[in-house]
Design a protein around this ligand. Structure first.
Ligand code: SAH
Length: 337
């Protein structure tokens, strides 16, 4: 049974051993209550007992006769089990690229339920603290020294908090499973016996070209899309495979390797006149597109100082961006060369 009550401003005492009361404190704060946590029966002063309207007895506190005696009759008593591993879980949430509006409704709900949010540099959802009120927000995309938290440490934090009985949301840019290490994080949770779910997100691989009017497939033009990581150089053998396959090539994390990637594709027989584009910072106010050909794109990027985060798109579908550019009121597309 779910009873929804407005608890805004309600004075709530949460009583229980340190560490066990955190989820209850967050939950009531999230609902807008005024919350005071008390660690021991002796901390429960007459003033506090008088102030409270609701008292939540967590874990061992349920057996604290003294606390009960002081409260019974004057407040609503709520009993709650201490957080335990059986209740903890991990939810991987895809935040979509660039804009807060691309988070899904399920993602929004998961954030609202979170006790802990581990967020990333490219996971742009606006004010995380407002979407996950009361949750502890840990930015694992950067530390004070601006070094990213190593993957093993992210997984350790995620699993430890879930094993402590907390709901951990791991918020990731785009879709968790597209170059997002989502598979590794799911495996870490499964290995630790922690329930885990994955809420997909709009991937930049499809969404960002679309933001510049480039459909990754187009009837009669391309019915194959290959998404590749440009993090590592493209070997000739793979480039030959791509050239033979045809269709659309979408490269993520490829700005540093654009020159060797374009060269490998050309060496493998892809026509240097193949339309190609770079779409930077998709769905942000600074979105910019550079449209050229496989042959001209590296020079365009160099001259215009284009940089990561950006998606590279190679293939005839890039021509469709001209249609978009003609649309009245569409996001201005900068067609250079
Ligand atoms: N899981 C993510 C991709 C992570 S890899 C997804 O599905 O989108 C990071 C790469 O994604 C960046 O190097 C860039 O190539 C791309 N990217 C992410 N957000 C972007 C944005 N707003 N605009 C352009 N490219 C973006």
């Amino acid at each position: 049974m779910l009873i929804e009550t407005d608890i805004t401003g309600l004075p709530v005492l949460v009583i229980g051993p340190t560490g066990q009361t955190d989820p209850a404190v967050r939950r009531y704060r999230r609902g807008g209550a005024q919350v005071i946590a008390v660690e021991s029966a002796s901390g429960l002063t007459p003033v506090l007992a008088e102030w409270a309207r609701v008292a939540v007895l967590v874990g061992a506190a349920r057996d604290w006769g003294q606390a009960r005696a002081a409260l019974v009759g004057s407040v609503l008593l709520v009993e709650e089990a201490a957080p335990n591993a059986a209740r903890g879980r991990v939810v991987l949430v895809g935040a979509g690229p660039g804009s807060a509006g691309l988070l899904t409704l399920d993602g929004l709900r998961a954030l609202a339920d979170a006790d802990v949010v581990l967020t990333d540099r490219l996971a742009e959802v606006g004010d995380v603290a407002a979407l996950a009120p009361g949750a502890e927000v840990i930015d694992v995309g950067k530390l004070p020294g601006h070094h990213a938290v190593p993957q093993t440490k992210i997984e350790r934090i995620m699993v430890e908090r879930a094993l402590a009985g907390l709901t951990v949301v791991r918020l990731k840019g785009g879709d968790p499973y597209v170059f997002g290490r989502g598979g590794e994080e799911v495996a870490a949770a499964v290995d630790a016996g922690v329930p885990v779910t994955v809420i997909p997100g709009v991937s930049s691989a499809v969404g960002v070209p679309g933001a510049a009017g480039i459909p990754v497939t187009h009837r009669g033009v391309s019915h194959v899309v290959t998404i590749l990581s440009g993090h590592v150089p493209l070997e000739d053998e793979r480039a030959r495979g791509l050239a033979q396959l045809g269709g659309t090539v979408v490269v993520l994390m490829g700005m540093h390797n654009l020159v060797p990637i374009a060269a490998a594709l050309e060496r493998s027989g892809l026509d240097p006149d193949t339309p190609a584009a770079v779409v930077e910072r998709g769905f942000t106010p600074d979105q910019r597109s550079l449209v050229g050909t496989l042959g001209t794109l590296p020079g365009l990027v160099e001259r215009n100082g284009a940089a990561s985060p950006a998606v590279i798109v190679i293939g005839e579908v890039v021509r469709q961006s001209e249609v978009w550019a003609r649309r009245a009121g569409a996001r201005v597309l900068e067609v250079v060369g």
